[in-house]
Structure formats: structure tokens, C-alpha cells
Design a protein around this ligand. Structure first.
Ligand code: HEM
Length: 330
């Protein structure tokens, strides 16, 4: 957070600048990886190893990855040391990294972790923990952050939607602009949820993802050899007339119809099947609450209604600039 504000705001954070610089570098490295990793999915090893244009890009991404891994290893080591230096009768901080390090140690009194149904009767290694933390950062940051940018853009361009949104928020919070959002509020914020889903349909942040088959198979009437990679084009499915009525129309109300459920796998905002996004519930809570928090307290407009949405596409479609005017609501 401090890093983010120091980049974008005139007000500087009171964290030591070395720490801020360090976190800026780490955040930027994650973003670079998220945008660039598809190079290793779509560009063949031959091109990456022997053709200078691709090789220099691939080498740069690998260096970037090494930087991220080293930084995460340092963070894990430091926390492991701090845990070891804390006596067993003293409480530890309640966070994901601490839970991962203490899993299956005497600190973890609750249960034995399992992997694929089999008990993992040993603590995780630093490399395993790094993998989990890495996935969490990569999957959980730029996805949600960019989706909220797109939500703000679509709300600004659809005043009828904005009006209904404010009505829902005012009905639930009755003008209280500061009280914390409860689980009960969250259940009632149905229009906010509808907006989040509809924005994800028309402008999805992960426009495609891949699957491999490990044995020959017949799919869509064609025979495919083992090892074939399929690119699942979420955008195309989100605009397919077979699954969506009036797909070109941004219409959160479609989600408000009593009993409406889209066809299975026709909203691929979070992927599907075994590898479906494990952060989907958290992401929806973040998005819905953030919409309510922002529009409950602030009037948010775009600086330039004619400016196109500026994005860059890689592993995710990231918003590169969205200038907004924010003022307190009356
Ligand atoms: C709006 C927010 C988010 C969107 C749009 C999103 C989207 C996706 C998509 C499309 C996939 C690929 C799924 C597939 O292959 O079927 C995925 C995977 C994943 N997501 Fe999310 N995600 C979001 C938030 C989060 C959050 C908050 C977390 C964690 C805190 C997270 C962690 C992950 C992880 C670890 C994977 C990899 C799962 C695997 O390969 O088994 N995501 N996400």
C-alpha cells in the first residue's frame, strides 16, 4: 500500500524509503511476470532459446522470476526465524505465511494437512511455501484490482446502472457512510454482485486460459493427440449468442432475474473445472464490498468520458490508466 501511494500520490508514506522502494520493485516484478508468463505457454522453446527477439524477452522474464523467488525466500526465512524465536506458549501473528510455516508442526494443533487426499505428515519446505505465496500474489492482486477499474469505468458510462446501484446502497446503509459492512449486508448487495459479474462478462480480466490433454481424445468432432494444448477463449464464450441474450449489451439486470443461472461454463470469469480459481469467493467479497464502500461515500466520475479504456494484455488484461474524479457524496 505504502509503495502504491508513494508512486501515485504527492503525499509520501512514513515507511523508510528503502522498504517502500523494495516493495515497489516486488509489486512491479509480479506485474511483469503476470503480463509476460504467457511467453512460456505460447512461444515454442526453439524460438525462446535461439531467436534473439524472443530469447532476450524470455531471459528478461526469467531474471525477473529469479528476483521474485529470491525476495520471497528471504521473507519466508525471516518469518521462519521469528517463529522459531517465539516460545511455544506465546501467540503468533494470524496470517497466511505463518499458517503455512506452522502447518504440521507442534504449533498447528488443529489437523494434518492433506495433498490429493493423502496426509502430509511433515511441515512444508520453503520452496513449497514459496509456490503457494507466489500463486496467491499472482492470482489475487492484479485480477481483482483491474476488475474494480473496469467496474468503475462501466458504472460511469451507464448512468441508469449507477442510479440503481446508489439506490441499493442507500437502502441497505440508510445514509451511514462509515459503518463496517456485515455478512448480512453482503448477502443483500445483489445489484453490486450483478454489476461485478456483468463487467466480468463483457470485459474479463483473464480473457483466456489453457488446458492440455494427457491422452488422445476426441473433442468437438475432431481427434486430438496427447499433449495438445487448448486455449479456452473466455471472451468468445461471454459474447456467444447461444448462451447469452443480447450479449453485446451491458446489462447487470440479467443477473437480477429470479432464478437466473447462466449455462454451465458460460461465465468463465474464474475459469472452471478442477483448476477453477480458488480465490473466487474472496474475490467476489472484495469486489462487492469495494463497490459498496466506494459508492456509499464518494461520487466517482471519469475525468474524460470520451477516453477509451487503456489496457495492456498478457496473462491478464491490465488497466494502464483510468483517470477518475472522486469527491465525497452529499
Ligand atoms: C476478480 C478476481 C479474480 C479473477 C477474475 C480470477 C480469475 C482466475 C482464473 C480465470 C483462473 C484460471 C482458472 C482455470 O484455469 O480454470 C484463476 C486461477 C487462480 N486464481 Fe484467481 N481470480 C481472481 C481472484 C483471485 C484471488 C483473490 C486469489 C487468491 C487469493 C486467486 C488465486 C488463484 C490461483 C492460486 C489460481 C490458480 C489455480 C490453479 O491453477 O489450480 N484468484 N483465477
Amino acid at each position: 500500500m505504502a509503495a502504491y501511494f508513494d508512486t501515485l500520490s504527492d503525499e509520501q508514506s512514513d515507511h523508510p524509503s528503502a522498504i517502500v522502494d523494495d516493495s515497489v520493485k516486488l509489486v512491479q516484478a509480479f506485474r511483469k511476470h503476470l503480463l509476460g508468463f504467457i511467453m512460456f505457454v505460447y512461444v515454442s522453446p526453439f524460438l525462446r532459446h535461439y531467436i534473439p527477439f524472443f530469447k532476450s524477452k524470455a531471459d528478461d522474464l526469467l531474471l525477473n522470476l529469479r528476483f521474485i523467488n529470491e525476495r520471497l525466500d528471504e521473507i519466508i526465512k525471516r518469518r521462519r526465524q521469528a517463529i522459531e524465536n517465539t516460545s511455544l506458549d506465546k501467540p503468533l501473528t494470524n496470517d497466511m505465511l505463518t499458517s503455512l510455516i506452522t502447518a504440521n508442526t507442534p504449533r498447528d494443533v488443529n489437523y494434518t494437512k492433506t495433498v490429493g487426499g493423502e496426509a502430509l505428515d511433515r511441515p512444508m519446505t520453503d520452496t513449497e511455501i514459496r509456490g503457494i505465496i507466489f500463486d496467491g500474489f499472482l492470482g489475487g492482486t492484479d485480477t481483482t484490482a483491474n476488475t474494480i477499474s473496469y467496474i468503475i469505468y462501466y458504472i460511469a458510462h451507464n448512468l441508469d446502472v449507477k442510479k440503481k446501484l446508489i439506490e441499493e446502497i442507500d437502502r441497505i446503509f440508510q445514509g451511514d457512510k462509515t459503518r463496517p459492512i456485515t455478512e448480512n449486508d453482503f448477502q443483500k448487495l445483489k445489484y453490486c454482485e450483478a454489476i461485478a459479474k456483468e463487467v466480468a462478462r463483457v470485459f474479463t480480466v483473464v480473457p483466456s486460459f489453457t488446458r492440455y490433454i494427457n491422452k488422445p481424445d476426441e473433442i468437438a468432432g475432431y481427434k486430438w493427440p496427447a499433449g495438445t494444448m487448448f486455449r479456452i477463449n473466455a471472451d468468445a464464450i461471454h459474447y456467444n449468442r447461444d448462451y447469452w441474450e443480447d450479449p453485446d449489451k451491458f446489462n447487470p439486470d440479467r443477473w437480477m432475474v429470479e432464478g437466473f443461472e447462466p449455462n454451465k461454463h458460460s461465465l468463465l470469469m474464474f475459469g472452471g473445472g478442477l483448476r477453477i480459481c480458488p480465490g473466487r469467493k474472496l474475490a467476489m467479497i472484495e469486489l462487492v464490498c469495494l463497490i459498496a464502500l466506494l459508492y456509499r461515500k464518494y461520487e466517482i466520475d471519469l475525468v474524460d468520458m470520451n477516453a477509451p479504456l487503456k489496457v495492456i494484455s498478457g496473462g491478464v488484461t491490465a488497466c494502464t490508466e483510468l483517470l477518475v474524479e472522486i469527491k465525497p457524496r452529499n
